[in-house]
Design a protein around this ligand. Structure first.
Ligand code: FAD
Ligand code: DHB
Length: 391
């Protein structure tokens, strides 16, 4: 088997890239370890930056997004129950975010794949990468017990944090930068109306809470929890009580409780691997970097990475120029690090850290109070939250 670009992983990075290349007439094959139901079923990100919405539109995949996505011109912060509003649209001169779950994005990308000739191999086991530092790279895997091989011009690792691609780069080449946070997020989904028409990010003495949504009838709530907390210890009642307490009385009065149909705990991590290229291998999305979820940057960074990479691949095939590919890692990392900074900062001002003393807490409170009172501070938050422009 032969193709131009072998893409490892059918998450957002891999599927957006495959669609982008398809519209430019570049062939690719996506190799995914799991099946479609599994990838589509994973409950993850919920907020799209304008650049992600624009990419969906440019690909002609935004009909449902434009119908069902919830456009938010503002967001809210809460300090010990007192909520204040950030008018992102006004502060940024018109930028907004759109609430549209990662599951919906994946559904739209998968539905269009067949009709458009985007090739996906599901259940590709034991994927291994070969010849990455030669001009004849290849990928091998097993499919229903049979050994398969794909020869290609380039391999793109879109296989997430635990994938095989980053691990194929020699230790002598790769530098990792990391912060692991001493807490996690417990998230629930419930078919109840959201407590507010916009999101609320809450800093409370007992820890962080986030009121989010998927639709006018489906709510998503998160609360900061201990890393060793067990789901069995978090009954729905206990989660709702904690959500209400941390959001404060104004929001709590509008919280509609109901049975959760999804409940999970995710650890928080900041991570960047540099460079995002080795020979004929390119990394994109979570394969190269992780952000803590505060600020909802993970999925959006995957989109900006593959936007840059598809431009570089088009330049390579059309103009026979390596300039875009040579510049990909530096270009992507410049945007990645700014989103890392924002996510780290937003996490640091909204969460309760285990060794926080009175001084640390007062600094957090002062920072939030400063944001509440300063249009300049709000503008800085807003322009990062809606997403920095592509260069
Ligand atoms: P992934 O979505 O991880 O996709 C990688 C794909 O590669 C997967 O389908 C995987 O099965 C496949 N794969 C892995 N290894 C191999 C292999 N060896 N061979 C073949 N295929 C392989 N972001 C937010 O903005 N907000 C959130 O609330 C949020 N919540 C999250 C919760 C969790 C538990 C996690 C893990 C992430 C969350 N994120 C969130 C981050 C966001 O979902 C990711 O940034 C986004 O999915 C990145 O897309 P990706 O395509 O780079 O990687
Ligand atoms: C959601 C997740 C986030 O990390 C965030 O900052 C906002 C919303 C969500 O899943 O709805």
């Amino acid at each position: 088997m032969k193709t131009q670009v072998a893409i490892i992983g059918a998450g957002p990075a891999g599927m957006f890239l495959a669609h982008m290349l398809r519209t430019e007439g570049i062939d690719s094959v996506v190799l995914e370890r799991r099946d479609r139901d599994y990838v589509e079923g994973r409950v993850r990100a919920g907020v799209l930056e304008q650049i992600a919405v624009d990419v969906m539109r440019k690909l002609g995949l935004a009909d449902r997004l434009d119908r069902e996505g919830l456009v938010h011109g503002g967001t809210n912060l809460s300090l010990d129950g007192e909520i204040f509003h950030i008018d992102m649209e006004k502060l940024t001169g018109g930028s907004t975010v759109t609430v549209y779950g990662q599951q919906e994005v994946m559904f739209d990308l998968f539905e269009a794949a067949g009709p458009r000739g985007v090739n996906i191999v599901w259940n590709a086991d034991n994927v291994s990468l070969h010849g990455l530092d030669s001009d004849k790279p290849s990928v091998r895997w097993t499919e229903e017990g049979a050994q398969k091989e794909l020869q290609c011009d380039f391999v793109v690792g879109c296989d997430g944090f635990h994938g095989v691609s980053r691990q194929s780069i020699p230790d002598t080449v790769l530098r990792n930068f990391e912060r692991v946070y001493p807490f996690g997020w417990l998230g629930i989904l419930a078919d109840v109306p959201p407590c507010n028409d916009e999101l609320i990010y809450a800093n409370h003495e007992r820890g962080f809470a986030l009121a989010s949504m998927r639709s006018p009838t489906r709510s998503r709530y998160y609360i900061q929890c201990a890393l060793d907390d067990r789901l069995e210890d978090w009954s729905d009642d206990r989660v709702w009580d904690e959500v209400c307490l941390r959001l404060g009385p104004t929001a709590a009065a509008k919280v509609v409780r109901g049975p959760s149909f999804e409940k999970s705990i995710a650890p928080l991590r900041s991570f960047v691997a540099e460079p995002m290229r080795w020979g004929r291998l390119f990394l994109a999305g979570d394969a190269a970097h992780i952000v803590p979820p505060t600020g909802a940057k993970g999925l959006n960074l995957a989109v900006s990475d593959v936007t840059y990479l598809s431009e570089a691949l088009v330049e390579h095939y059309r103009e026979r120029s390596a300039a875009g590919l040579d510049n990909y890692s530096a270009r992507a990392l410049a945007r990645v690090w700014k989103a890392e900074r924002f996510s780290w900062w937003f996490t640091s001002i909204t969460h309760r850290f285990p060794n926080m003393d009175g001084f640390d807490r007062r600094i957090q409170m002062a920072e939030l109070d400063y944001i509440r009172g300063s249009e300049n501070a709000q503008r800085v938050l807003a322009e990062n939250y809606v997403g920095l422009p592509l260069d």
